[in-house]
Design a binder for this molecule. Structure first.
Ligand code: SF4
Ligand code: SF4
Length: 414
């Protein structure tokens, strides 16, 4: 095992391979607060990549209802309890927070790799292969709230007594993928140009070690080919080689199709040591590293996942802290009363399919003042401009949405 630096954990950790990082990293921000669970993303992916024989149970993108839903069933609760049996207590030391290298503090518990190594388990990471019945009913417990029964109490922020939320899940194209580390055939690789993690179907022999090790259960066995498959991040679109992209990097199918406008995907520049190159004009860098409103899913697993979530505002904080780490309170404080620049960047979600590498904000007039948590917060009609990989303007959108009135002669004309 080698020692590698995991900036989510704020410390070194054990991994099968030494540090080797891509030039850019595929990354995304999902705003949980806006998801309506329409499953358009799920079907956009399914109809593009997993519609064939043997792929019936394969949902590379799924949207599950938390806390009870999950696909495969109970994937996170099962792994968390397994880890807790071997290494009880997962403590974060937030006094060791450092904005550059350890923004959330330092994790004092054990990752999936460390639990396996410290307990002489016969695999590189603690995990399990879900039995077949757990790969059924992908949307089990949809809309099932916590605190059922009796009259629900009135819903008031900051936390609702009766609650659920939708969790959107794809492969995280992790920095330290457990699937890749677990493969005895070395059939899984991380691309140097964009950090996308792929399984070489020629090399795969279907040993299912990746399925066992992936803590997010996003490597899925296909019985008809006896190989394992996973999300390929729609790489021809991200590369700009798909004919519809006109040669410019484009977001994936699940991102582009999102009806709730919750998703923004991009590429962030990575230094040779794995840290993100400082790039505050990249919308993802800005939201994740500067404002810290978007957080990794179960960072304690240790794979350094590259999909980040703006947590739901109404959910009890202890549940959110277990799921997204200790950055939750800061993330929600910054999201509830966004800075002027953040408010502008939040307008970029789903206004173009082109990947935005850089943004700039043009200031507009003040629209109004409102009271947020006892403080005055002002909203401005600023305009945000997004640029593609070549520096060409791809989109321009303002905070105040334009208002169109249908001319009287066209009323009821549809
Ligand atoms: S989410 Fe799972 S399948 Fe995807 S890169 Fe990470 S470990 Fe591999
Ligand atoms: S398309 Fe968007 S809003 Fe609909 S379920 Fe998927 S993530 Fe949620």
């Amino acid at each position: 095992m080698a020692q590698v630096y995991n900036w989510h954990l704020g410390r070194q950790m054990e991994y099968r391979f030494p540090e080797a990082h891509p030039q850019y990293q595929f990354a995304a921000v999902f705003n949980i607060n806006r998801c309506i669970a329409c499953q358009t993303c799920t079907m956009a992916c399914k109809s593009t990549w997993t519609f064939s024989e043997g792929q019936e149970h394969m949902w590379w993108n799924n949207v599950e209802t938390k806390p009870y839903g999950g696909y495969p069933h109970n994937w996170d609760a099962k792994l968390l309890s397994m880890m807790n049996r071997y290494a009880p207590g997962q403590v974060w030391d937030t006094t060791k927070a450092d904005p550059k290298s350890a923004p959330y503090g330092q994790f004092g518990g054990e990752t999936i790799f460390e639990v396996a190594a410290n307990n002489n388990l016969p695999s590189v990471a603690i995990g399990y292969i879900p039995p077949d019945d757990e790969w059924t009913a992908p949307n089990i417990y949809e809309d099932t709230p916590r605190n059922r029964g009796g009259d629900p109490p009135p819903a008031t922020l900051p936390e609702h007594k009766t609650w659920f939320f939708y969790l959107q899940r794809i492969c995280n194209h992790c920095t330290y993928p457990a699937c890749l580390a677990a493969c005895p055939r070395n059939a899984i690789y991380k691309r140097p140009e964009d950090g996308i993690v792929l399984i070489d179907q020629e090399r795969c022999r279907g040993y299912r070690k990746c399925e066992e090790a992936c803590p997010y259960k996003k490597a899925i066995y296909r019985p008809s080919t006896r190989t394992t498959e996973k999300c390929i991040a729609c790489y021809p679109r991200v590369e700009g080689t798909d004919p519809i992209t006109n040669g410019v990097p484009m977001e994936t199918r699940c991102m582009s199709a999102c009806v709730g406008k919750i998703r923004l995907q991009g590429l962030v520049r990575v230094n040779a040591d794995g840290t993100w190159a400082e790039d505050p004009d990249n919308p993802l860098y800005y939201m994740i590293r500067e404002e810290k409103i978007a957080l990794p899913l179960y960072p304690q697993f240790g794979t350094e996942p590259n999909v980040y979530y703006i947590p739901p505002r109404w959910v009890p904080r202890p549940y959110l802290r277990q799921m997204f780490g200790p950055g939750v309170d800061n993330a929600l404080a910054n999201y509830e009363a966004p800075s002027r620049r953040l408010m502008a960047v939040l307008q970029l979600f789903r206004v173009t399919q082109t990947i935005i590498f850089k943004f700039e904000v043009q200031e507009g007039e003040k629209l109004r003042e409102v009271n947020v948590n006892g403080k005055t917060w002002s909203i401005y009609d600023d305009t945000v401009i997004g640029y593609d990989k070549n520096g060409k303007e791809a989109v321009r959108v303002s905070v105040k949405l334009p208002f169109f009135e249908r001319p009287v002669q066209y009323l009821n004309s549809i």
